[in-house]
Structures are given as structure tokens and as C-alpha cells.
Design a protein around this ligand. Structure first.
Ligand code: DI6
Ligand code: FE
Length: 416
């Protein structure tokens, strides 16, 4: 894998990518015309009919893609990629009948990952996360959001966010960090949730933001997480500092978190299995993205579907993400999430593809990523060894990504 770093160190100034077929947004069916794509530095400089590039690119370095399908680089817009250890034993307990909430209330669940994350040193956390990141990158991922939230104290939240930043330096991938201090109540604050929210708002958030470690702020608003009132305090503290906000909302019950997030101009509300029509409308009016996490739905054997038809009807864009985390979605395949979104949530292939490209970019506030292939946008794209875009959501595990390009340079190349 280290060869990619070398390959991407210096973007060649001008490159002409020839004979590709760019899957259009919202693809339904039908043939896709051949085109060429010219890159200058890190951005797309020209896009058009095969053979029609401006004279200035005719002598540029050229790569013939032989008619391959190309999509924007995939974007995983909701992950807990950095965490210590794993929770396979808890999975076994759930198979034997315990519920996720039971386990959380008995001191397992998120808090057991907090213990493991606190105990791990920074390099070990980095190595564990790097393995997961490389699995995602091998499927065309060029941008990823990474949350904190398994530290729940200053030192460990800082360690997690530093690891997230380091991952973005070690690999050619855009990393956006999200501070999720309000993920769970740390054991030392048992029965003192409001005091912990004080710590989050008055110490953790301002300190880590001043250290340049936070791009956005998230809250787990849930019966086993934080109340609406507590969540609102975190949103206030974040927006007062000009930080973008988002929320884990309506995953296990309808609490009104999505509507609250809308009042604060959130980028997204995520999970949303129990979202109602009022929440959908609030999200629409606030211009939010609905981030769907089919891996968690599947792994918890949930049966309560998110309101896909309401989201469609009200025009709320739907993004998809892995939610990669040790408790509810130990998933490192965004393509598998597309498959699950189609089979479990009844998304179309075009919706699933938009969900891991342009809508995922919007869920990140677009900062540095676009999820769209257009002139002036970052040259982030993935090249696929498939005949039809439907194959991207069809295979369950077959490696199909030939290569990815991020900011104009090759970021991943398959060994095939
Ligand atoms: N929702 C989730 O799906 C994860 N966090 C959250 O707020 C689960 C985290 C875990 O179980 O470790
Ligand atoms: Fe999550």
C-alpha cells in the first residue's frame, strides 16, 4: 500500500484521461457515452466528447481507460473508524438473545469500546484504523468522515482526533473530523449526564477546536444516549463557535432529534429509522441530508425501516455510509452498504450511487470534496471494472475497483 503514497506525492500538472464512461447522477439504465476528462493540478479542467480535448491537453500525459466506467470518488460520510478493539463477544451475546440496549445498560456496548480506546496507545489506534481505511480505499473511497466519541475525556478524544488527522496525512484521502464527545456517558459520570454535557461544552469542545482537531460536531440523541435538552446544549456550543453540526437521530426511537438539528442548520441527521413526516419536513426546510446507515440496521437485525418514501416525496437527499464502528456496524465496505440500501431500504442503484457521492459530499458540507465530476471540481474519481453501474450495488464482496484518483493523482491501484 505504501507505493500509493509515493505515486500521489506530486500531482502532474496536466493529465488527459481518455475513453471513460462517467455514470450520470441518478443513473437509471441505458448506455453511457464515451468521454475524455482533463485534469490540471488537483481539479477537472475540461470534460467532453472523446477526442475533443482542447489543444493544450493533446501533448499532456495521457491515460487510456479503455471505456471503463467512472464515478466520483466514493465518500464515506459517517464513520467511527478510529476505535480500540472489537466487540465480537457482544455480537455473540446478541445472537443468544440480549438486545443492544440491554448490553449498553449493563456497562457493555459503547462504554466497553471506550475502555479499549482509552487503553490503546496512539500508534496502535492508528494501525487498527489504517487497516480499515485501506479496505475502504480499495473500493474507491477518496474521502471519509471520522468521529471521535470512544474517549469521552480530553486526553482520549484528542488522541482519536489526532489519529484521524494522521490517517489523512498517511494516505491520499480527504479526512473530515467530527467531535462526538456526546456519544455515551463515561462511567465516571454515572447519574451525572448534565455535568458531563458541561464538560463537553465548556472544556472538550473548545479545547479540541482550538487545537484544530474538529471540523464538525455530532451528538447521539437517544434513550441510551443524550436527551433533546442535552443535545441542544451541544449544538449551541458548536454553532456559537461557527462549527457545522449533525446528529445521530431517531435510530432506536422517535425523540425529535432530527427536527432539533434542523433548527440549528445541521448538515445531516443520521440513522433515522424512526423519523416521522414532521421530522422529514423540518429536514427539507433546513436543506439537510438524510444519512442512511443500512449496516447498523442489518447488524442490529432492526425491522423498522427508515421512511424512504417520505424522504423521496419531500425531496430530502439521501446519503449512505458505513457507520463503521465496533458495536453496530463493523463494516468496511461502502459497496456492500449500497447493496444493503438497495435490498433492505429499496433504493434504486442510482439513488445508492448518489448516496455515496454527491449527497455524501453535501452531508460533509462539501468542504474540499464535491462528489460530482464537473469542471472546476476536485479531480476525485474511481475507475471500475464493470459493464453496468448496477454491478456496483450487485456484487457482495467481489473487488471491482481498478483505481482511484484523488485531487488529480492516483490514490489507489488494484493489483489485478
Ligand atoms: N450509533 C451507532 O450506530 C454507533 N454509535 C451511535 O451513536 C454505535 C456505537 C457502538 O455501539 O459502539
Ligand atoms: Fe454512528
Amino acid at each position: 500500500m505504501s507505493s500509493f503514497q509515493e505515486a500521489s506525492a506530486q500531482p502532474s500538472d496536466r493529465i488527459l484521461w481518455k475513453n471513460l464512461r462517467i455514470v450520470p447522477p441518478g443513473w437509471q439504465s441505458g448506455p453511457i457515452p464515451l468521454c475524455d476528462l482533463a485534469v490540471e493540478g488537483q481539479r477537472i479542467a475540461w470534460l467532453g466528447d472523446a477526442g475533443g480535448a482542447p489543444a493544450g491537453f493533446q501533448n499532456a500525459q495521457q491515460h487510456d481507460l479503455g471505456g471503463a466506467l467512472v464515478t466520483p470518488g466514493l465518500i464515506d460520510c459517517h464513520t467511527h473508524l478510529v476505535h480500540g478493539g472489537q466487540r465480537a463477544d457482544e455480537f455473540a451475546l446478541r445472537l443468544a438473545g440480549a438486545s443492544y440496549e440491554d448490553i449498553a445498560r449493563q456497562g457493555g456496548g459503547i462504554v466497553s469500546s471506550v475502555r479499549a480506546t482509552r487503553a490503546a496507545d496512539e500508534d496502535s489506534l492508528f494501525q487498527q484504523a489504517l487497516t480499515r481505511l485501506d479496505a475502504l480505499r480499495a473500493e474507491g473511497v477518496t474521502a471519509i468522515e471520522i468521529k471521535s466519541g470512544y474517549g469521552l475525556d480530553l486526553e482520549t478524544e484528542r488522541k482519536m482526533l489526532r489519529v484521524a488527522r494522521r490517517l489523512g496525512e498517511a494516505r491520499p484521502v480527504t479526512v473530515r473530523t467530527t467531535f462526538l464527545g456526546a456519544h455515551a456517558l463515561p462511567p465516571e459520570y454515572t447519574d451525572r449526564a448534565d455535568d458531563y454535557i458541561d464538560l463537553v461544552c465548556n472544556t472538550l469542545l473548545p479545547t479540541l477546536h482550538d487545537e484544530g482537531l474538529i471540523d464538525a460536531v455530532d451528538v447521539f440523541c437517544e434513550s441510551i444516549g443524550f436527551s433533546l435538552t442535552q443535545a441542544e446544549r451541544v449544538l449551541q456550543a458548536a454553532t456559537q463557535r461557527g462549527l457545522a453540526v449533525k446528529m445521530h437521530a431517531e435510530q432506536l426511537s422517535l425523540m425529535g432529534g432530527a427536527a432539533l438539528a434542523a433548527q440549528y442548520g445541521a448538515l445531516s441527521a443520521d440513522h433515522l429509522e424512526w423519523l416521522d413526516e414532521a421530522g422529514v419536513q423540518a429536514m427539507r426546510h433546513a436543506g439537510m441530508v438524510a444519512v442512511l446507515l443500512p449496516g447498523a440496521y442489518y447488524f442490529l437485525r432492526d425491522t423498522h425501516l427508515p421512511p424512504i418514501d417520505l424522504l423521496r416525496r419531500h425531496g430530502v437527499p439521501m446519503a449512505l455510509a458505513t457507520d463503521c464502528n465496533p458495536g453496530t456496524s463493523p463494516a468496511t465496505s461502502l459497496l456492500l452498504m449500497m447493496n444493503m440500501a438497495c435490498t433492505l431500504f429499496h433504493l434504486t442503484v442510482g439513488e445508492a450511487l448518489d448516496g455515496v457521492t454527491r449527497h455524501a459530499a453535501d452531508a460533509l458540507g462539501c468542504a474540499g470534496v464535491s462528489g460530482r465530476l464537473a469542471v472546476g471540481h476536485p479531480a476525485d474519481f474511481a475507475v471500475w471494472d464493470v459493464d453496468s453501474p448496477a454491478e456496483l450495488a450487485y456484487w457482495m464482496g467481489l473487488p471491482r475497483c481498478r483505481m482511484s484518483v484523488r485531487r488529480g493523482s492516483i490514490a489507489f491501484q488494484s493489483a489485478r
